[in-house]
Design a protein around this ligand. Structure first.
Ligand SMILES: [Mg+2]
Length: 258
């Protein structure tokens, strides 16, 4: 893979999913969740949008107020908007200092991403539903995204992820892997994060972030003999051979589907 350039990676907390149809109740729950991430030492977190303009804006405003101006806040629509909705939402979120707007529109609509980039100051992200260097070549050549997010476990594996990373670097596009699912996928992403170059080699260079799903998930940490260490919002790259982790066979058996 070319050798590590870092042994720790800043993690952002993925969570803040709507849990209730009652807006006030939902805001109360998600404000408490956001405060929990702050207490755990996270300095970046991500929530979901794409539930309707008024609902989205109210939630993002509430979260920004809760976490203050110094914590990064990302939003993810999981391609839940069309281009008109995405542009309107993006423009309205601009004063809220949003780190990126992830998957605003359908992943296949590469021109839609490029168009949206031209209509907002919020960086546009995506790529968890794109696969292999061929999909990402098209995305990068179209300058469709500011941040690409291939999933190490589904974009074609670690070697393919590294090829995509080298292409992104050549195009001056940021790369933050999508991470969601098992501890094995998380460990693979950590090994990739260890070798990702900074977009520009500079003293104030922007380093890639770890997406750290912070919602309960037995496949993530329970599956590993030594879970990937995330402390005070900083993840430590496993140092053992291979992916650096060992699987707990008893946990694997517990969740086996025959
Ligand atoms: Mg996403």
């Amino acid at each position: 893979m070319g050798g590590p350039v870092r042994t720790t990676v800043k993690a952002y907390a993925t969570g803040l999913y709507r849990r209730n149809d009652d807006r006030a109740e939902n805001h109360r729950l998600l404000a408490a969740e956001a405060q929990g991430y702050l207490a755990a030492g996270f300095t970046a977190m991500k929530t979901k949008v794409g539930f309707g303009f008024a609902d989205d804006i109210a939630l993002v405003e509430m979260l920004r107020q809760t976490i203050g101006p110094d914590v990064a806040l990302f939003v993810d629509a999981n391609h839940g908007c069309d281009r008109v909705q995405a542009a309107r939402l993006a423009r309205a979120m601009e004063p809220l200092d949003i780190g990126w707007f992830e998957e605003p529109v359908e992943p296949e609509d590469i021109e839609g991403y490029a168009e949206l980039r031209g209509r907002t100051t919020i960086p546009i992200a995506g790529g968890e539903c794109s696969f292999t260097r061929h999909d990402f070549r098209r995305i990068l050549e179209a300058r469709a995204m500011d941040v690409i997010q291939p999933d190490t476990a589904s974009c074609g594996g670690l070697s393919e992820a590294k090829r995509i990373a080298d292409m992104a670097w050549t195009h001056g596009t940021r790369y933050n892997p999508h991470v969601w699912g098992t501890g094995i996928g998380l460990a693979a992403a950590m090994q990739l994060l260890a070798v990702l170059p900074t977009t520009t080699p500079a003293f104030g260079a922007h380093h890639p972030l770890l997406e750290y799903d912070s919602t309960p998930h037995p496949f993530r940490q329970d599956l590993l003999v030594e879970p990937v260490r995330v402390e005070s919002g900083i993840a430590h790259v496993p140092q053992g051979p291979g992916l650096g982790v060992e699987i707990r066979r008893d946990v694997l058996e517990r969740w086996r589907v025959n």
